[in-house]
Each structure stands twice: as C-alpha cells, then as structure tokens.
Design a protein around this ligand. Structure first.
Ligand code: GDP
Ligand code: IMO
Ligand code: MG
Length: 430
C-alpha cells in the first residue's frame, strides 16, 4: 500500500473531486497538499451535490481521515464555515486533521489580492480573489503566519505586526486604502485557536507512519498542471505547485512512496480566469460545451471558457507529472455532436509544434491543428464497461490514449459517483 496522487491535467475543474470520492472509498487518508479555498471540487453522491472549496473531497469518504497538508493555505473563517455547513448536512467532519505547518490566509491577504488585481487592470490574472497569491508570497518571503503560530500569542503578535508594517505602507501609500490594525488582526486569528487546537498534527509523521503500516494515502491536488506556478502558463497561474511533485512537498510524503499518479482530464478543455488557451472556442460549440457540461465555476460562479481537447497539453502534463493513469471525465458531454475535433499539434507562426513551445509568446501565438473523429449518438450515461460504449466512443478513447502517451483507467459518463467506467482498478493494484 502506498500513496496515490490525483492531479488536474488541464486548467482545473477536470473532476478531481469525483475521482477523489471514488478512490477515497479505499483510502485511509485523503490529503489536500496545495491551494486553499480557491478550489471548488464537486462530489455527487446519491443525487446530493457537495461543493468543497477548502476541505479535501475525502471528507465525505466514510473511513478516510481527511488532512489539510503543510502546502495548503487556510482561510480560518472559510474553514469553520465549511465544516459547519457539512455537519449541518449530516457529514462527519470530526476526523479532519490539519498540518501545523500550513499557512494562514489572513484578511489582509484577501485585501491585497483584490487591490493588486484592480491595479493590474487589463493585465489582471482573474484570480478567485481569495488572497491565495499574497498568502503564498508571504510564505516564500518568510513573513507568513502558520497554523502553529495560533498557539503562541506573542509569536503571532510579532509576526502579524511585522507583516503589517510593510503591507500597511503599501496599502496606504500605493493603493490609497485604509491601514489594517495589527491588534484587531491578532484578536481575529486567536479567536479560532481553541477550535483548531484538537485538529492540528505533525502531518508528515502521521502520514509517514500510516504508509509504514501499509495504509493507503490519497493526495487530492487542487488546481492543475497548467495553473502550476512553475509548469503552467505563467504568469496566468495560481501561486502553488499543483503538479505531482508539489503533492509530495505539500504533504511531506517522499516521491518513492507514490505508486500511482492519476491525471484527471476532461474530454474537452475549460479555463476560468485570464491567460492563453489555444483551443478556446468563441462560436456556438463553445456555448454548447458550456451549457451541456454545466461549465460555471464552483467557487466564483464565473462561466468557464470552453474549447476542444488539447493533446499537446495532455502529453505535457503526462510528462511533467509522470502520470501512470488518466481519468477521462465528461465523455457524456460529447454525445451527439457529429464530429469531435482533437488538437494534435500547434501552428506557431507557420511552424508545427507537437510539444509545448519554448516561450510564453509562442504559446500565445499557438493555433490548434485538429484531427477529427466521428462522435456517437447513443446515450452513454448508463454504460459501466468499456465494451458497453459505442465503437466510436471506444475509438475516441483509444486515440486519446495514443496521443497522451498514457493509459486511460477511468472514464466519467455522468457527474454521479457511479457514473464511471473503471478499465483498471488502481486502488486494487495499489
Ligand atoms: P474539480 O475542481 O476538478 O474537482 O472539478 P469541479 O467539481 O470544479 O468541476 C467538475 C464538474 O463536472 C462538476 O460539476 C462535476 O459534478 C462534473 N463531472 C465530473 N465528472 C463528470 C462526468 O464524467 N460527466 C459529467 N457530465 N459531469 C461530470
Ligand atoms: P480547482 O481545484 C479553475 C485560477 C483562477 C485564476 C488563477 C489564479 O477547482 O480545479 P488564484 O485565486 O489561485 O490566485 O487564481 O487560477 N484557478 C482555478 N481555475 N479551478 C481551480 O481550482 C482554480 N484555482 C485557481 O481562476 O485564473
Ligand atoms: Mg473546481
């Protein structure tokens, strides 16, 4: 038994929540290694829909212990609201554990996120406005506040005062905003300390010991490869490392403990926020995918930009993450569309690129080169085996495997937990 990593292969919202829910049934721990309440992971169980923003979707798995890893940034208010909301619906959040090394998204991070975006104007990233970037910036600048700081009032006060000393200058002098009172911030943060204390653990030790005992640890990545601060479409990215290596760092699990890296990929592509997107559609097909796929952001409600499947990105993500398997979601959305275009390469200023081009400017100029495959008309939502799928859907899946260089182990044919075809059971292999 070992660790399994779930990673978004595109620009997010591929269906990581659903994949976590399925594999979480066999896991002892489900860990969120990166991101914060900028995520939105949907799980549909027995017709009931849950939308997790900060907590791992594994909180809904009956036997697994959910953990917020050291790589996560935590908005304390959002945390308690999400716990209370789930408990009000009958879910049991009492098993939740939190790394003492995780960073806190303080109210001033949210203020800074919003003013910075406004300041950028046309160059804005289109962030979720949740303070994620400023919180990670403070972490790397070594002026962040960690969960463990809540339990030492004098350290907390020193850190908040020192962080706000510089930030208040920026807020007042550059952005023309009011200064933030350090003492009010300290009191606000301390008001969560008692509630959090019983949940806080040394997660590296707890997870390491679980693996030593032969237990299964599922790492539920937030965001996605193309939003990775190192490997994504920088600067139009989030501020963490959602790729597989980041999952190890963000949970304190060594790479040798990972047996499977499962890339979650939609049968088409979507993106929320600004940034390049070569296969984006501006015609009625874009509207069709948005409507049939229900492509509206869980977190901010923004409509998702939609486009065809991009196998250049899928190949790139497979390489960067070392995917062992793919979970292809939303195949049902392509039913009855006549022909399905698949982007197999880019044309960049007249040159064919089969792989991600070197520079940001080249990627901005990339136009997709498509091949097309015939779509199927049969309703596939009831299919539970590969053989039950229409031949054309089988051909489409085989072609995507070929193009992405990775086997497809799961196929989603609807939003529900059971609307899934398992070709390879990686939980059993683990
Ligand atoms: P995540 O952020 O990667 O967890 O994905 P989101 O939850 O933000 O978005 C995925 C959406 O697709 C959710 O509304 C899911 O319920 C839905 N979904 C997941 N898999 C499938 C599938 O195979 N078919 C359909 N039709 N919907 C799916
Ligand atoms: P899940 O886990 C889709 C995008 C934002 C913005 C950029 C930076 O549900 O797939 P941030 O607030 O993180 O600084 O915003 O990243 N973004 C996401 N897009 N799904 C997500 O999460 C996202 N998390 C961040 O829209 O473009
Ligand atoms: Mg999402």
């Amino acid at each position: 038994m070992s660790a399994i990593v779930i990673v978004g292969a595109q620009w997010g919202d591929e269906g990581k929540g659903k994949a976590t829910d399925i594999l979480g049934a066999h896991a002892d721990f489900v860990v969120k290694p990166n991101g914060g309440n900028n995520a939105g992971h949907t799980v549909v169980v027995g017709g009931e829909k849950y939308e997790l923003k900060l907590l791992p979707a594994g909180i809904l798995s009956e036997n697994a212990t959910p953990v917020l890893g050291n790589g996560v940034v935590i908005n304390l208010q959002a945390l308690v609201e999400e716990i209370d909301g789930l408990e009000a619906r009958g879910a049991n959040a009492s098993r939740l554990r939190i790394s003492g090394n995780a960073h806190i998204v303080a109210p001033y991070h949210q203020v800074l996120d919003r003013v910075q975006e406004r300041f950028l104007g046309k160059r804005a990233i289109g962030t979720t406005g949740r303070g994620i970037g400023p919180a990670y910036a403070d972490k790397v600048s070594r002026v962040g506040i960690r969960v463990q700081d809540l339990f030492d009032e004098s350290i907390l006060r020193q850190k908040v005062e020192s962080a706000l000393e510089v930030k208040n200058q920026i807020l007042v002098k550059l952005y023309n905003r009011k200064a933030i009172d350090p003492e009010e911030t300290v009191e606000y943060l301390l008001s969560f300390a008692d509630r959090l204390r019983p949940m806080v653990i040394e997660s590296e030790r707890v997870l390491g010991e679980a693996l030593d005992r032969g237990e299964t640890v599922l790492l539920e990545g937030g965001q996605a490869t193309m939003l990775d601060v190192d490997h994504g479409t920088y600067p139009f990215v989030t501020s963490s490392n959602p790729s597989a290596g980041g999952a190890c760092v963000g949970s304190g699990i060594g790479p040798t403990r990972v047996s499977h890296v499962l890339g979650i990929v939609k049968a088409y592509t979507t993106r929320v926020g600004a940034g390049p997107f070569p296969t984006e559609l501006f015609d009625e097909w874009g509207e069709h995918l948005q409507k049939v796929g229900g492509e509206f952001g869980v977190n901010t409600g923004r409509p998702r930009r939609c486009g065809w499947y991009d196998s250049v990105i899928a190949r790139y993500a497979a390489r960067v993450n070392g995917f062992t398997d793919l979970f292809l979601t939303k195949l049902d959305v392509l039913t009855g569309i006549g022909e399905i275009p698949i982007c197999v390469a880019y044309d960049v200023d007249g040159e064919r690129h089969e792989e991600m081009p070197l520079t940001q400017s080249e990627f901005h100029h990339a136009t997709p080169i498509y091949e097309t495959m015939p779509a199927w008309d049969e309703d596939i939502s009831g299919c539970r085996t590969f053989e039950e799928l229409p031949g054309r859907a089988q051909d489409y899946l085989r072609r995507l495997e070929e193009l992405s260089g990775c086997r497809i182990s799961y196929v989603g044919v609807g939003p529900g937990r059971d609307d899934t075809i398992a070709l390879h059971d990686i939980a059993a292999e683990n």
